[in-house]
Design a protein around this ligand. Structure first.
Ligand SMILES: [Zn+2]
Length: 129
Protein backbone atom coordinates (compact mmCIF):
# COMPACT_ATOMS: atom_id res chain seq x y z
CA UNK A 1 0.00 0.00 0.00
CA UNK A 2 1.31 3.44 -0.94
CA UNK A 3 0.36 6.48 1.17
CA UNK A 4 0.88 9.84 -0.52
CA UNK A 5 2.90 12.40 1.46
CA UNK A 6 -0.03 14.79 1.96
CA UNK A 7 -1.93 12.03 3.78
CA UNK A 8 1.08 11.19 5.95
CA UNK A 9 1.35 14.86 6.90
CA UNK A 10 -2.40 15.01 7.59
CA UNK A 11 -2.43 12.11 10.02
CA UNK A 12 0.72 13.34 11.78
CA UNK A 13 -0.89 16.77 12.27
CA UNK A 14 -4.12 15.20 13.55
CA UNK A 15 -2.28 12.85 15.92
CA UNK A 16 -0.03 15.60 17.29
CA UNK A 17 -3.01 17.92 17.83
CA UNK A 18 -5.00 15.24 19.67
CA UNK A 19 -2.15 13.71 21.71
CA UNK A 20 -1.99 12.37 24.36
CA UNK A 21 -5.38 10.97 23.31
CA UNK A 22 -5.16 8.34 20.56
CA UNK A 23 -6.28 9.61 17.13
CA UNK A 24 -7.97 7.53 14.49
CA UNK A 25 -9.38 7.57 10.99
CA UNK A 26 -9.73 5.81 7.69
CA UNK A 27 -7.26 5.82 4.82
CA UNK A 28 -9.17 6.15 1.56
CA UNK A 29 -7.95 5.55 -1.95
CA UNK A 30 -7.96 3.09 -4.78
CA UNK A 31 -5.63 0.67 -6.53
CA UNK A 32 -3.66 0.32 -3.29
CA UNK A 33 -2.80 4.06 -3.17
CA UNK A 34 -4.08 6.08 -0.22
CA UNK A 35 -5.04 9.61 -1.27
CA UNK A 36 -7.18 10.82 1.64
CA UNK A 37 -7.25 10.74 5.42
CA UNK A 38 -10.83 10.57 6.69
CA UNK A 39 -10.41 11.80 10.26
CA UNK A 40 -12.61 10.11 12.83
CA UNK A 41 -13.46 10.82 16.46
CA UNK A 42 -12.00 8.54 19.11
CA UNK A 43 -15.17 8.19 21.16
CA UNK A 44 -13.16 6.52 23.96
CA UNK A 45 -11.14 9.75 24.41
CA UNK A 46 -8.44 7.46 25.76
CA UNK A 47 -4.65 7.54 25.75
CA UNK A 48 -4.51 3.76 25.36
CA UNK A 49 -7.32 2.68 23.07
CA UNK A 50 -9.82 3.96 20.56
CA UNK A 51 -13.27 3.27 19.17
CA UNK A 52 -14.95 4.64 16.10
CA UNK A 53 -18.34 6.32 16.20
CA UNK A 54 -20.71 4.02 14.25
CA UNK A 55 -22.46 7.03 12.66
CA UNK A 56 -19.11 8.38 11.45
CA UNK A 57 -18.21 4.95 10.09
CA UNK A 58 -21.41 4.96 8.07
CA UNK A 59 -20.74 8.51 6.86
CA UNK A 60 -17.18 7.58 5.88
CA UNK A 61 -18.36 4.62 3.84
CA UNK A 62 -20.92 6.81 2.09
CA UNK A 63 -18.30 9.51 1.42
CA UNK A 64 -15.89 6.94 -0.02
CA UNK A 65 -18.53 5.47 -2.33
CA UNK A 66 -19.58 8.92 -3.53
CA UNK A 67 -15.97 9.74 -4.41
CA UNK A 68 -15.14 6.43 -6.05
CA UNK A 69 -12.78 5.51 -3.21
CA UNK A 70 -12.40 2.51 -0.95
CA UNK A 71 -11.40 2.16 2.65
CA UNK A 72 -7.93 0.69 2.28
CA UNK A 73 -6.97 0.88 5.94
CA UNK A 74 -7.95 2.18 9.29
CA UNK A 75 -5.34 3.97 11.31
CA UNK A 76 -4.82 5.09 14.86
CA UNK A 77 -2.03 6.69 16.79
CA UNK A 78 0.08 5.40 19.62
CA UNK A 79 1.16 8.66 21.28
CA UNK A 80 3.54 6.91 23.68
CA UNK A 81 4.04 3.36 22.41
CA UNK A 82 5.59 1.74 19.32
CA UNK A 83 4.07 1.41 15.85
CA UNK A 84 2.79 -2.11 16.27
CA UNK A 85 -0.61 -3.53 17.24
CA UNK A 86 -1.35 -4.08 20.91
CA UNK A 87 -3.04 -7.32 21.95
CA UNK A 88 -6.32 -5.40 22.02
CA UNK A 89 -5.65 -3.98 18.53
CA UNK A 90 -5.21 -7.54 17.21
CA UNK A 91 -8.30 -8.72 19.02
CA UNK A 92 -10.39 -5.92 17.50
CA UNK A 93 -8.96 -6.23 13.97
CA UNK A 94 -11.66 -8.25 12.27
CA UNK A 95 -11.60 -7.09 8.65
CA UNK A 96 -9.19 -9.22 6.58
CA UNK A 97 -9.71 -6.98 3.54
CA UNK A 98 -8.13 -3.82 4.91
CA UNK A 99 -4.81 -2.90 6.50
CA UNK A 100 -4.31 -1.56 10.00
CA UNK A 101 -1.93 1.39 10.17
CA UNK A 102 -0.41 2.61 13.42
CA UNK A 103 1.30 5.98 13.75
CA UNK A 104 3.68 6.13 16.69
CA UNK A 105 4.73 9.48 18.18
CA UNK A 106 6.75 7.82 20.93
CA UNK A 107 9.52 10.12 22.19
CA UNK A 108 9.02 12.39 19.16
CA UNK A 109 10.19 9.60 16.84
CA UNK A 110 7.46 9.41 14.19
CA UNK A 111 6.89 5.93 12.73
CA UNK A 112 4.09 4.63 10.57
CA UNK A 113 3.67 0.94 9.84
CA UNK A 114 0.67 -0.88 8.46
CA UNK A 115 -0.32 -4.47 9.03
CA UNK A 116 -2.54 -7.12 7.57
CA UNK A 117 -4.22 -8.95 10.43
CA UNK A 118 -6.11 -12.17 9.86
CA UNK A 119 -7.63 -14.26 12.64
CA UNK A 120 -6.07 -11.79 15.09
CA UNK A 121 -2.55 -12.59 13.88
CA UNK A 122 -0.22 -10.22 12.04
CA UNK A 123 0.29 -11.57 8.51
CA UNK A 124 2.54 -8.82 7.13
CA UNK A 125 3.99 -5.42 7.90
CA UNK A 126 4.74 -2.48 5.61
CA UNK A 127 6.89 0.46 6.70
CA UNK A 128 5.59 3.87 5.55
CA UNK A 129 7.62 6.28 7.69
ZN1 LIG B 1 -3.31 0.55 19.28
Amino acid sequence: MIIIDAVKQSIIRQAQAEAPIESCGYLLGKDNVVTENYAMTNIDHSEEHFSFDPREQFAALKYARQHGLRILANWHSHPASPSRPSEEDKRLANDPNIRYAILSLMNGDIRLNSFKIINHEIIDKEIHI
